[in-house]
Design a protein around this ligand. Structure first.
Ligand code: XUL
Ligand code: CO
Length: 436
């Protein structure tokens, strides 16, 4: 150890008095909250693509990230070496899980067969490192959006050859995820959408996407992969419109194509914002449908309006996220993956640590606040009372399905409705603040 990040030792919990920027002030892995350790609540994951592969470029300039361990080549040796850097990072931060795209961990080479064997060689390395450290794969995925062949989509490409290539890539990515004991597999349709409807056969593209996902479900069963499949909604960027635009659109698509039993959603904060929602909204929509699977934790910048993938530092948001999560009983297969990158100006390796430590501490505060709100009970009680009319009389009858329009007309003719009492939004917002 201490080979690649000699300036950082294992990050410890030092409590709120600590002035050490590389110490946890709130995240204490084994501390119990609502009877479960923080580590189990969060199942924190790190994103291989951002930690190891993101050079921190932007549309106006090249990458700035210092990666002294990386020789910049597409060699398998270089790819294997990176896995050791990454696991040192996981060990020192105490992050238990990770996520990857096939092409983050191994290079895309001249042919699919060569790319597949490069992937196998890196997966060998990852398998050994997982065994040594006990770290686990939260989910794997295939990168179906970087290579120019995918410029018009993968499963929704107008070209069947591209569909076939993408299918082959997903097959292999599911296999390696399975081999590494991955607890899930994510489909993020990077370019499954359109830039213009003028040249798009929308129905055909959606039908093909449905077919593609059914093939994946069939293959999963065939090889006995028990991990959870996720769809990650995102409305746009890089395309103008992505079919998996938000939680509701994904659920509708899954229902339409008879896939709902096989998928849950992986909700990402910045994607929900791009869809014109809060993350709390998309989490609620997903969890209400029994389909909230995992979370890609990050933050956007309201002034920039694109997928900035910043690290989460907002305690209000973290509290709202943790409230939804605690209310649904926590993760089963999923976890909290930091799909976040440092700013271009934060180019030193140590910034990776500052970023993740801050994200973990933010969520620890969110968890504690959310648990306190739940223990206090006033918020929940208010909502229960607000809808209390539905528990008795005419409300209960409607909910039992025993009313029709004529009955309700007779009821309405017999008395003036009692108007609802105040929603007390401001009072509840103040109450929420008591716990932050
Ligand atoms: C892109 C994004 C992806 C997915 C995995 O915005 O979030 O990195 O999480 O493909
Ligand atoms: Co994501």
């Amino acid at each position: 150890m201490s080979e690649f990040f000699p300036e950082v030792s294992s990050i410890k919990y030092e409590g709120t008095e600590s002035k050490n920027p590389l110490a946890f002030k709130h995240y204490k892995a084994d501390e119990l909250v609502e009877g479960k350790s923080m580590r189990e609540h969060f199942r924190f994951g790190a994103a291989y693509w951002h930690c190891m592969r993101n050079p921190l470029g932007d549309p106006f300039g090249p990458g700035t990230a210092q990666m002294p361990w990386d020789d910049g080549s597409d060699s398998v040796e270089n790819a294997q070496k990176r896995t050791h850097v990454f696991f040192e990072f996981l060990e020192k931060t105490g992050i238990d899980y990770y996520c990857f795209h096939d092409r983050d961990i191994a290079p895309e080479l001249g042919t699919l067969a060569e790319s597949n064997s490069a992937l196998d060689a890196v997966v060998d390395e990852l398998e050994g490192l997982q065994q040594q450290t006990g770290k686990k794969l939260l989910w794997g995925t295939a990168c179906l959006f970087v290579h120019p062949r995918y410029a018009m989509g993968a499963a929704t490409s107008p070209c069947p050859e591209v569909f076939a290539y993408a299918a082959a890539q997903v097959k292999k990515a599911i296999e390696v995820t399975h081999r590494l004991g991955g607890e899930g597999y994510t489909f993020w349709g990077g370019r499954e959408g359109y830039s213009s409807l003028i040249n798009t056969d929308l129905k055909r593209e959606l039908d093909n996407l449905g077919r593609f996902l059914h093939m994946a479900v069939d293959y999963k069963k065939e090889i006995g992969f028990e991990g959870q499949f996720y769809i990650e909604p995102k409305p746009k960027e890089p395309t103008k419109h992505q079919y998996d635009s938000d939680a509701a659109a994904c659920l509708n698509f899954l229902r339409d194509y008879d896939l709902l039993d096989h998928f849950k959603l992986n909700i990402e904060t910045n994607h929900a914002i791009l869809a014109g929602h809060t993350v709390e909204h998309d989490l609620k929509v997903a969890s209400t449908a029994g389909a909230l699977g995992s979370i890609d934790a990050n933050a956007g910048d309201e002034l920039l309006g694109w997928d900035t993938d910043q690290f989460p530092t907002n305690i209000y948001d973290a509290t709202r996220i943790m409230l939804v999560l605690l209310d649904m009983g926590g993760f089963t297969t999923g976890g909290l993956n930091f799909d976040a990158k440092r700013r271009r100006e934060s180019h030193e390796p140590i910034d990776l640590f500052h970023a993740h430590v801050g994200g973990m501490d933010t969520f620890a505060r969110g968890l504690k606040s959310a648990a306190a709100i739940r223990a206090d009970g006033r918020m929940k009680e208010f909502v229960a009372n607000r809808y209390g009319g539905w528990d008795e009389g005419v409300g209960a009858k409607i909910e039992r399905g025993e009313s029709n329009l004529a009955d309700l007309e007779a009821y309405a003719l017999s008395k003036e409705p009692v108007p609802p009492s105040s929603g007390r939004q401001e009072m509840l917002e103040n109450l929420f603040n008591e716990f932050i």
